[in-house]
Design a protein around this ligand. Sequence first.
Ligand code: ADP
Ligand code: MG
Length: 266
Amino acid sequence: MSTPELVIKDLHVAVEGKEILKGLSLNVGKGEVHALMGPNGSGKSTLANTLMGHPRYEVTSGDILFKGESVLEMETDERSRLGMFMAFQYPVGIPGLSVANFLRAALNARLAPTATDGNGAMPQRKGINPKEFRTLLREKMALLKMDESFATRYLNDGFSGGEKKRAEILQMALLKPEIAVMDETDSGLDIDALRIVSEGVNALAGPEMGVLVITHYNRILNYIKPQYVHVMVDGRIQVSGGPELALELESRGYDWVRDGKEVVAG
Ligand code: ADP
Ligand code: MG
């Protein structure tokens, strides 16, 4: 048995002095799809932001290991180069910057050697050449059934909710993270966007990538089939199980998890 790529150990996180995560443990391995569910305010987005190193979230104890190494002291870009990825819930628009140019810059940043690569003798990689990049981009856009004209538009500038999600998924396809975290909670995710995210995850998930889908609504689980479902309440995972747990939440809501802390086998 190999160690899972992402190991979260008894994580405690505070925001502005208030403890939000209160001892959360979770493992996600390559090739696995996990769904993390929970009511509003339970700390789901706090976990996603903490994983990527948002400076506002203070880890007070516990650890986050990625490929066996603690990432707590790493900047966000370093975590990305190691193979972590988070899709933004509300991606920002950048008029004047085309989707293609943005993606090429992102890919080159991802390919740059990390500080932890060690042996200084390694030549710096110059990045992908434009022709190679165009071929790769075309390939990924075809995989995601996207029109090629999309790449020439300005990033998220006037994009619909669904198009913004598409840009995130395309970025994920190019960066090929080993672990992808998608925070899809809250409002603003219409059925169209939901379907796009799901189809993208289904097209990209495989033996080389693990996915953590964070969601308040279980309707996304009609499209993505996770092997593992976790329910978070009050900063901790209270129950874990298989897909049947999501169905149970659909019929019973979250209260039984909060009140009874029943243990579900699986
Ligand atoms: P969820 O995503 O499950 O709805 P959040 O992680 O967004 O939950 O929020 C959990 C709790 O942390 C809430 O009480 C929220 O008010 C608080 N919180 C989260 N982020 C911040 C922040 N940046 N500043 C202040 N409080 C925050
Ligand atoms: Mg949230």
